[in-house]
Design a protein around this ligand. Sequence first.
Ligand SMILES: [Zn+2]
Length: 63
Amino acid sequence: MNRTVTGDEVAGVRATVEAGAAPRCTECRDIKAARRGAEQRGDRAGMGAAAARMGVHQRKAHA
Ligand SMILES: [Zn+2]
C-alpha cells in the first residue's frame, strides 16, 4: 500500500531531530550549526574542530 509522507509527519520528524539535538544555549546552537555545515561540505577537519569546540564549550559553560 502506497502512502505519502504528510507535512505533519515531516514536522514531527524535524521536531524530534531538534529535540534530540537540544541546543542548551546560543553557542551550542552555533557550534552545532557549524558542525552541520562542515558535514555538508564533507569537511572532516571542520567537523573535528566543531566537535572540539563543543567539548571545550560544554566543559566551560555547562559543567
Ligand atoms: Zn552551550
